[in-house]
Structure formats: C-alpha cells, structure tokens
Write a protein that binds this ligand. Sequence first.
Ligand code: NAD
Length: 494
Amino acid sequence: MTTQETTTFTKANTSISVAHGDGIGPEIMQATLSILKAAGAPLEFEEVKLGLKVYEQGNSSGIDTTAWDSIRKTGILLKAPITTPQGGGVKSLNVTLRKTLGLFANVRPTQSFAPYVPTNFPKINLVIVRENEEDTYAGIEHQQTDEVTQCLKLITRPGCEKLIRYAFEFTKSQGRKKLTCMSKDNIMKLTDGLFHKVFDEIAADYPDLTTEHMIIDIGAARLAANPEQFDVIVAPNLYGDILSDIAAEVAGSVGLAGSANFGQTASLFEAIHGSAPDIAGKDIANPSALIRAANMMLVHLGYNDIAETIENALLKTIEVGIHTADIYSDKSTKKVGTQEFAKAVIERLGQLPEQLPVQKFTASAKIPQISKKAFDPANRKTKQLLGVDIFLHWYDHLRDPNILGPALEKAAIKPFSLKMITNRGVKVYPEGLKETFCTDHWRCRFLANPEGSSQPKDVINLQHALSEQGFDVIKTENLYSFDGKRAYSLGQGE
Ligand code: NAD
C-alpha cells in the first residue's frame, strides 16, 4: 500500500485528506467514514499516514512529505487522534500541524445531552474559541542553569487580532449573544494584557454583542460550577486547552466533543480527546466526537444539510438510549460497540430527535485576513533602549545577593549602572528580604544613565565586560520603551 490511497465513495467533487490515527483512531474513523458515505457526502478521501508509525520510522515530526502534499492540495484534514511518543526527541504532531498550517483558531463546541448522558448541567451550550499557535505552545523552552528551566510565552498583536476578530465574527454569525474573554492580565500585564486590550479594541466594532472579561482562575471555576452561564469564550492557547476539557467533561464525556481548527488556507477537524490506548482495538470507543468534527467540516464546506442529517441522526441515536460504554447509564437501552453505534446512526439518517433540540447549522464564520495595519511601517512605534536585563548562572554556595550586587556594581561600565537583582522575579538586591529563597539564576537589571543614552553596542560591551570578570552570562533581554511607554515588567518589590 502506498502512503496515499484514494477511495471514492460518491460523486467526487471535494477532496479531503484523511488520517486514521493511532489507538482508537482507526476504529472511530472507520465509523465516521461509514456514516459520511451512507449520508451521501460528496467527498473524495485521500488517506494520509501520520503519527506513531511515521515516528517509528525515525521521522521525528511524525508526518512525511506525501502527507504535507496532500493536505496542501486539499486544504482540509479530517484527523483521528494520534499517540505522541513519550520522552524527548520528538515534536508533538498536533502542535506541528496547527503551527505549520497556520491554524490559528481552534473552535470547540460543547453541549449537554441530558438526560440521556448524565451531567449536572442539562443546558450547556457553549463554544470555546482557543488561540492555537502562540502562548507557551510555541514550544520555546530552555534549561538555563542547573536548577532553572524556562518556557517562553509569546503573545503577538497580529495573532490576537485575527483570533479575537474571528471569535467575534463566529459569535455574530452563529446568532450567539455573549463573548467572554479569559486571561490572567492582572499578573501577566504585557502578554495577557495585550490579549485583553485587543479584545476590548475589537469589541467596539460589535456593539450588539455582550462582552465580558474574566480572570482565568475564577473563569475556569465558574465554568466548572455553572457552565450554563457561558455562550462563547475566547482565550489564549493554554487556558483554552484546559477550559475546553473542563467544559467537555462537565457536559458528560470527552468522547462527545469535536473541534475545528481554522487557518487562512487550511482547516483541520478532529475529536478533542486523544488516542485512548487503554481501550484501543476493543471496538468500544465512542465515535461521536469525530463524527461531530466531521459535521463541522461539512458545514465549513457548505454541506450544511448533510451535516444536519448526520447530527440529528446522532442525537436521535443517543436519545433512544443506544450508547457506547463511556456514556452507558440507567437511561440507556442498549450498550453497543463503535461500529454498531455507527450502524445505529446510519439507520436513523433522516430522523429527528424528539426530546433533544433539533440541530440546525448556520454557515461558518468568515476567516479574517490579517490587518494590513500590522505591516504598515508608518504604524511602527518609536523604540528607545533604556537598559538591559542580564541573566547570570551564579552558584556561590552562600547564594547571598549582597555578595553578587556590589561585585556587579563594580563591574558595570558606562552608560549602565546596576538597578536591581531579582531571583525568580523577586527583588533580592538592593534591600532584599533574607527570607527569599534564591536559586542559581539571577536577573540583573542595568539601566542607562542618562535615560535613553545607550546603544545596542553598549549592551554587548557590558556583556563582554561581565564575562571578562568571570560572570556566567546565560541570556540578555533588552529593556525598551515604545512611544515613551515602559515596555517591560518591574521586578516584584522594585
Ligand atoms: P485520551 O483522551 O486518549 O484518554 C483519556 C480517557 O478518556 C481514557 O480513559 C480514554 O479511554 C477515554 N476516552 C478518550 N476518548 C474516548 C472515546 N472516544 N470513547 C470512550 N472513551 C474515551 O487522553 P490521554 O490518555 O491523556 O492520551 C492518550 C494519547 O493521546 C497520548 O499519546 C496523547 O498525546 C494523545 N492525544 C492526542 C490528541 C490528538 O491527536 N488530537 C489529543 C489529546 C491526546
């Protein structure tokens, strides 16, 4: 068998790439494709190989060029979950796909199917729009000293603008009323602060929608305790990931939630759950999440009627109590396996649920283009170099900042002088508190005097001078102002 195999089901007028995945992936994909076929979806399927088998062939990205070619050509990937091998040396294929294809918006609807699927919240009907390319998921991590590792959290204005505009467009186009932004901008004032600021800016263009902002910790708590109050939630990558699993779990099962990933040129549709190796090969997995992801794909392709037929047959199947093991309860009438569940859905194509709300899909929201403003040099701000944070690996056995501080004051060269030293963000010199625990990782802040008198070469000279004095410089971060506004955080206690 070649790595790419074509199966034509019906009138072949839209090609999509299909990845059968690992673990329960092939079983739930088989079930999903059988339903698409029975519903007469006018699709042509190109099978692509990615995941565990590709990793095991020594390809550390988990995807080969044939698969990339197919996805580039079709622009659509229907993907079953894959298993990410444990241990170092391999990159997460899911993150690679999202970032390489520019799939910036991850749309994760969640609803409850009460009383047929047990939940404390019978009226959940919400969507999480999660940023998909940035944040700590940029995967830029370093070990800097014996004791300290770091992960860079990147939040960009173009990234926020396209994601948040998409979230507003989505809310409006789906006839939804409220968009809640969640961030932690009380602590991360620059990164999460930018996300919140862009949310407020774009909200001004949508006066008919209700908007609100919640700090992520209370927002997540409310989502767990009272999910029915939410309509659409938009959040940076990491928070959005956690929020959508909370939402799916409190609605009944992660086995029921599908998701869509949208970019300018490609889209990817998948279940939110993983490859469930604990139940793989047993024909007991619930295929509903992948079926619902396939329905999101059909809506994206403009086949709303077919998506509605499948979704309503799925709801009817759940309503009559035909359930896979994960949602089997005293409300169930029959426990079925993966393929039998698919067969039950196929038998109900054309039927509508009687108790659960009949599903009607509206067209997908349009994908916003990146604002041209972002690339216009006329919008560049005036940047001024004010100083530099120099990070040192210093492991004096006493770990006493009152030894390090005076030594750095002596070693500093013009126009810089030492302003402070922090350890894990807390000021420890001058006038630190002796209770503060110090690691071997020191952030030493040097400011230019007079303000703004420094040039980039002065930073290099300072770094050189410190190295000459025996200091182990591991990293530097320049300190700027933009349009006269300080653009770096203060140390705690500074
Ligand atoms: P998981 O979602 O695979 O499983 C968590 C639990 O939910 C397990 O008990 C499993 O049996 C159950 N479950 C999941 N899907 C189910 C379904 N459709 N029907 C019935 N029960 C279901 O999460 P995990 O165990 O943390 O991860 C397993 C593997 O999946 C890992 O290698 C992980 O990296 C990968 N993963 C892949 C994706 C993806 O491809 N998009 C997403 C998440 C995790």
